[in-house]
Ligand binder design. Structure first.
Ligand SMILES: Nc1ncnc2c1ncn2[C@@H]1O[C@H](COP(=O)(O)OP(=O)(O)OP(=O)(O)O)[C@@H](O)[C@H]1O
Ligand SMILES: [Mg+2]
Length: 524
């Protein structure tokens, strides 16, 4: 509790017989935004301003004569008693901790009290306690704290995931190479276990990267309604028979610019969470509709006002406990117990939505249950990417062309070189962009295969320079981490992208496709 340096007695009502003065005083007392009261040393309310009615629960007449503690949340009663006792012993004003009172609609308000001790004043004989409704400010502060926490955890998670990606790429790559060399041996089953474990680790890494908003996205303009319809049958198989799943799509176009695989993941996570909240059955409604958000929208991460498309998943389940609410977007926060949930579902959703320029609103349904709304910025005109180009999986992914490989991680570069040389390619390998430029001088380069985030120069800049000298060269970027500085720059130069961690097989298929001038579809 802090003490204000105001002299004793300056806040009391004027003791003047002047009627006009009294009327003015009453007008001030009754019309102030704050709630002013006179409370006895025992905590009984002696008088209270009618501004208390704005809280919506009580009239002054209902409050007078009752202890102030009766109206506070039970856990606030002890601090409030301590505050009153403290104020009684002080000559100066005393500031108390916020206490919470419920209004007529059942909503809690946080009131911040300041008491001035006028117990010795024969006309008052009480504490003058002024309370300010600080709910809005405290909520805002909590949101800022939550965002800062998510940001900090995100940086850590993203950094770890980035380094892990390279490590996993090497583990998976060599495992797969040794496996092909040992074909027929008893050890193959053991290697398969290593491969499975590193696949699981790669999935976790992807989720952490998604949360950190560092995934390499492949955005295209797509209709959110179509995304939902395309996934409908998979959603239906994920819910049990006792759960009814309704999909409500309007007539309006709902175009957004996003990565379709990531959106599938968002939708799947929300529906699975809804299902898990209804062990005894219930109803899930998935809907898509255009929406307009204003500056007050309570979405995380915060977004600019404007036109959005809303994807809403509601359920009739358990609802989210208010004490869990500040943490649900944090990685590894789960209420589902050891081994059941990893707590990465909503953090992944939060990252994907944030990286796509949108935000999430969490609401409780009045009848119980949860409503999660994902807002994505509306895009002009919907065109589905053509999913079928470049799908010729039967061809052997080998070749004899010259590939300029640039990657600063030694282990990754050596692995990639071995895989490519094993398939017959002529590989010029460089750890730095400057070395790569030197190597390229006297050679005919068919393909530039380069990491994106490197010291000296980004892979994007390198690609532009190499193409000046080798106009016919194709480019394939390999990256597992969308560096914010790069993600926010203008259009990357022409070139395809292979996400890390990739397997040797995925690498060879991607390289062949790009050399043959085909657009890369998911090679995974
Ligand atoms: N629709 C919902 N209804 C009730 N609680 C929910 C709902 N969605 C999320 N939650 C709460 O938020 C927590 C975090 O959700 P999140 O999806 O991140 O992790 P999880 O579902 O526990 O685990 P995972 O998704 O990794 O399997 C859940 O454990 C649950 O307590
Ligand atoms: Mg989940």
């Amino acid at each position: 509790m802090t003490t204000l340096d105001e002299p004793h007695g300056t806040r009391g009502p004027p003791r003047t017989a002047d009627v006009a003065g009294e009327a003015r005083f009453t007008a001030l007392f009754e019309n102030a935004a704050d709630i002013t009261s006179i409370v006895s040393a025992e905590g009984t309310i002696l008088q209270v301003s009618s501004s208390v009615e704005r809280l919506g629960g009580f009239t002054p007449a209902e409050l007078v004569g009752r202890p102030i503690y009766d109206f506070a949340r039970p856990e606030d009663a002890v601090p409030l008693r301590r505050f009153v006792a403290d104020a009684c012993c002080r000559a100066s004003a005393t500031r108390g901790p916020p206490f919470h009172v419920r209004d007529a609609h059942g909503e809690w308000h946080a009131l911040e009290p300041v008491a001035v001790n006028l117990l010795d004043d024969p006309a008052i004989r009480g504490l003058v306690i002024t309370c300010r409704d600080a709910s809005a400010r405290l909520q805002l502060e909590a949101r800022v704290r939550q965002m800062e926490r998510l940001e900090a955890v995100g940086q850590l998670a993203g950094g770890i995931a980035h380094d892990f990606n390279n490590v996993l790429l090497v583990i998976r790559g060599y495992t797969s190479m040794v496996r092909s060399a040992l074909d027929g041996s008893d050890l193959v089953a053991d290697l398969d276990e290593i491969a499975k474990a590193s696949d699981r680790a790669a999935d976790l890494t992807q989720q952490l990267l998604a949360f950190a908003r560092r995934q390499v996205l492949r955005p295209s303009v797509l209709d959110l309604g179509e995304v939902v319809s395309d996934l409908e049958s998979l959603l239906r198989t994920s819910v049990r028979e006792n759960v009814e799943l309704d999909i409500e799509l309007g007539q309006d176009a709902c175009a957004v610019l996003a990565d379709s695989t990531q959106l599938d993941q968002v939708l799947m996570n929300l529906v699975v969470n809804a299902r898990d909240a209804m062990p005894d059955g219930g109803r899930i409604v998935v809907s898509v509709a255009p929406a307009v958000l204003d500056a007050d929208a309570d979405v995380s991460p915060p977004v600019a006002p404007g036109r959005y498309v809303a994807l809403t998943v509601t359920d009739t389940g358990s609802g989210i406990d208010p004490s869990s609410l500040p943490y649900i977007f944090e990685p590894f926060f789960t209420t589902k117990g050891e081994g059941v949930g990893t707590g990465l579902g909503l953090s992944t959703v939060h990252g994907i939505v944030g990286q796509s320029g949108g935000g999430i609103e969490v609401g409780a349904r009045p009848a119980g249950g949860t409503r999660m709304t994902v807002y994505l910025p509306a895009a002009e005109g919907a065109e589905r990417p053509d999913d079928d180009i470049g799908r010729q999986p039967s061809r052997l992914p080998i070749g004899t062309e010259t590939i300029l490989l640039v990657e600063d991680e030694d282990a990754v570069r050596e692995l990639v070189q071995r895989v490519l040389e094993g398939a017959g390619y002529n590989v010029l390998s460089a750890a730095r962009p400057s070395d790569a430029q030197r190597l390229a001088i006297d050679e005919r380069i068919h393909l530039l295969l380069t990491d994106v985030v490197m010291p000296e120069m980004s892979g994007y800049d390198l690609a532009v320079r190499i193409r000046l000298a080798h106009a016919a060269a194709q480019t394939l970027f390999i990256s597992g981490y969308a560096h914010s500085a790069l993600a926010e720059t203008a259009e990357p130069p022409a070139g395809e992208l292979l996400r890390k961690p990739f397997s040797p097989d995925q690498l060879l298929r991607a390289v062949r496709a790009v050399l043959d001038g085909e657009a890369l579809v998911d090679v995974g």
